[in-house]
Design a binder for this molecule. Sequence first.
Ligand SMILES: Nc1nc2c(ncn2[C@@H]2O[C@H](COP(=O)(O)OP(=O)(O)OP(=O)(O)O)[C@@H](O)[C@H]2O)c(=O)[nH]1
Ligand SMILES: [Mg+2]
Length: 250
Amino acid sequence: EKIIEELKLRYERNPFKSRDEVLDVLKAIILSILEKSKSRDFVEELCVLRLRKKPVTVVFLGINGVGKTTTIAKIAKKLRDHGLKVVLSAADTYRAGAQEQIEYHAKKLGLPVIKHRYGSDPAAVAFDTVRYAEKHGYDVVLIDTAGRMHTDIDLVNELKKIIRVVEPDFKTLVVDALTGNDAIDQARMFNEHIGVDNIVIAKMDADVKGGVALSLAYELQKPIIYVGTGQRYEDLEPFAPKKIVSLILG
Ligand SMILES: Nc1nc2c(ncn2[C@@H]2O[C@H](COP(=O)(O)OP(=O)(O)OP(=O)(O)O)[C@@H](O)[C@H]2O)c(=O)[nH]1
Ligand SMILES: [Mg+2]
């Protein structure tokens, strides 16, 4: 891995006395990179913002299948359990089954979801959801979006329009830990074209080394608010740099 190599080089100047010492130094360096992406509790952050502004809006970005909709459901549950009024926005009007999927979660969690017809303008769905939230006193709006390939210019334009219309408080990128370097490329692309405020790394429960987290922290230097660790609602953990270090170094 590029980063590790670089770090090793940096320390070649001071000869190490033992293997343990090398490991300790390496650990410290990796930890310091990861710590930069450690974030405050997202629920708390939304609560604080909610005191000044209502509703707080979050748009979820990411290519197809990374875990956006699942992550939204997990975060929605956390917020709901914290006593916040949450409404979901089915702004993925593109993929067959997308609306049923978010409706399923909304129903299970007892939350409203605003949707239009398939093929309709996602920005209009998002806009209507915010209006609904304003009218009915909701605290937080979570907006689901369509995936597709990250090279798809239509998707970028569609997302840009949603963001123009809603002016979200957070643009949250979801990446899939299993995709390795692709996740980093996606993060760069979304950050460049749309802007990314914070990141969720899904599917960290799969047999992954943690290199994705390190590269993201190194490259983007954005807060990593959660890691997904399974398919259940509870499987969403705060980003813990020390855990990642032990994943990386064993
Ligand atoms: N093991 C594991 N599976 C996950 C996690 N997050 C999501 N998944 C699974 O990944 C698959 C895709 O998740 P979705 O939430 O539908 O992904 P999406 O980004 O909304 O996909 P599109 O709507 O097609 O763009 C589902 O089978 C989820 O159950 C996770 O943290 N761990
Ligand atoms: Mg989805």
